[in-house]
Design a protein around this ligand. Structure first.
Ligand code: UD1
Length: 420
């Protein structure tokens, strides 16, 4: 298993390109199953999750090629069940359920288990598909869905903590080929949902209200092939912005959407970081001191849970106390203990982490536990003097395209080695 060796304590400086969004491209790849015709997706990040999804599509009978950021998929004929082992390993693969069911009238996927960030239920996905007329059974760890015909319906997708992103994606995709009109109330408003809707519309789907809590989808008989360019990854952009701020650097991010990052940029400004947005570029100037800020994660347009760990790393530098409250996933503070190995003082009280910033930090060996927790450890490693070894960085390879290379481009001393 690879590790990163970071010699920290120097500011990041320079410019980088933000890659296409992982969380947008996974459901978009699943959506290609809705048509027999070829689809071409551009600006696809070179990530292990993307290649994993490619293997899942191939196991379902589709052709899949990846060449320099361009994916071509064609699902001429489909099998109702793919490789269960592959599907089980990637949570994002749950979004093949809707398209498979809509296209071939049946679908089986393995039931996702919990993960390190908490339980990951799919009750809302199943509720939505049942509302469209699917018969669903759960047997021996697998979800089996069947429907002779899917019928448009009204579906409320708000859950315990708000809307579901992939649940909205699943129901929206299934509804494109339903007979009649589907109304999704309390739909997720994340930019990745809007991007998926744009791709589906390019395929011939009729969708109104994407990006709002009420979506109306009028079913069509069939969809056709389409081309699409994936939106920039807002979480990758947030991560590099935090890294720039945490190291007191000066970094320009290109090919990004500041409008997708309003909550994150607002917090950075509150923390005293100077930001200069120009078109699709954002300059982060972080020479001064960092102020402690409080934040609660929320569904979009609120502060994203996927950028919570990175903010915690930044807050290690702020004088005073900051409180970070996690409202989306109950145990998403695995990074706190590892940050403590670098000298951080973080107390977890229920859903909140209380961070006493401004303490001296020094490099240490730490263990990545999930994708965004790993990003926080890398940011902390870049901040603190000495050598930090981040183990198990396969988590980072799932969601950050060439992170070590991009960081080296900003002057960081980061090396990938075969570690533990
Ligand atoms: C997606 C993102 C993930 C991000 C999350 C929240 C992808 C591949 N992943 O995950 O990076 O952290 O959105 O922004 O796009 N819930 C239920 N029942 C359900 C489904 C979800 O109660 O059927 C709950 C979850 O436990 C969680 C909340 O709803 O508390 C939000 O989860 P959801 O939006 O579904 O996350 P994902 O779509 O899986």
């Amino acid at each position: 298993m690879d590790s990163f060796i970071i010699q920290g304590g120097r500011p990041l400086e320079g410019e980088i390109e933000i890659s296409g969004s992982k969380n947008a491209v996974l459901p978009i790849l699943a959506a290609t199953l809705l048509t027999k015709e070829p689809c071409v997706i551009r600006r696809v990040p070179n990530l292990s999750d993307v290649h994993f999804m490619g293997k899942i599509l191939q196991s379902l009978g589709a052709s899949f090629t990846y060449e320099q950021g361009v994916v071509t998929v064609q699902a001429r004929r489909l099998k109702a069940r793919g490789d269960y082992d592959l599907i089980r390993k990637m949570r994002g693969s749950i979004c093949i359920l809707g398209p498979l069911l809509a296209r071939s009238g049946k679908a089986s996927v393995s039931m996702p288990g919990g993960c390190v960030i908490g339980t990951r239920p799919i009750d809302l996905h199943l509720k939505g598909l049942r509302a469209l007329g699917a018969a669903i059974t759960i047997k021996e760890g697998y979800v089996h869905a069947k429907a002779d015909a899917l019928l448009g319906s009204e579906v409320f997708l708000g859950g315990r903590v708000g809307p579901t992103v992939l649940g909205t994606a699943n129901i929206m995709m299934a509804a494109t080929l339903c007979e009649g009109v589907t109304v999704i109330e309390s739909a997720a408003c994340e930019p990745e949902i809007t991007d998926l809707a744009q791709f589906l519309v390019a395929m011939g789907a009729k969708i109104q209200g994407a990006g709002s809590p009420r979506m109306v989808i009028t079913g069509v008989k069939q969809l056709h092939g389409a081309e699409h360019e994936v939106i920039p990854d807002r979480i990758e952009a947030a991560t590099y912005a935090m890294a720039a701020a945490a190291t007191g650097g000066e970094v320009t991010l290109h090919h990004m959407r500041c409008d997708h990052l309003a909550a994150v940029l607002d917090k950075l400004k509150e923390a005293g970081v100077r930001l200069e947005a120009r078109g699709s570029s954002l300059k982060i100037l972080a020479g001064g001191t960092i102020k402690a800020v409080d934040v609660s994660t929320q569904p979009y347009t609120g502060y994203p849970t996927d950028a919570q760990a990175q903010l915690m790393a930044l807050m290690l530098k702020a004088e005073g106390l900051s409180i970070i409250t996690e409202r989306i996933f109950e145990s998403r503070f695995m990074h706190a203990n590892e940050l403590a190995r670098l000298g951080a003082d973080i107390a977890i009280e229920g859903p909140s982490a209380i961070i006493r910033g401004g303490l001296p930090l020094s490099g240490a060996e730490v263990m990545a536990s999930d994708l965004r927790a790993s990003a926080a450890l890398v940011i902390a490693g870049l901040m603190c003097p000495g050598r930090t070894q981040v183990n198990r960085i396969y988590h980072l390879d799932r969601g950050y395209e060439s992170m070590d290379k991009k960081l080296r481009g900003l002057g960081a001393r980061v090396k990938r080695t075969q570690g533990r």
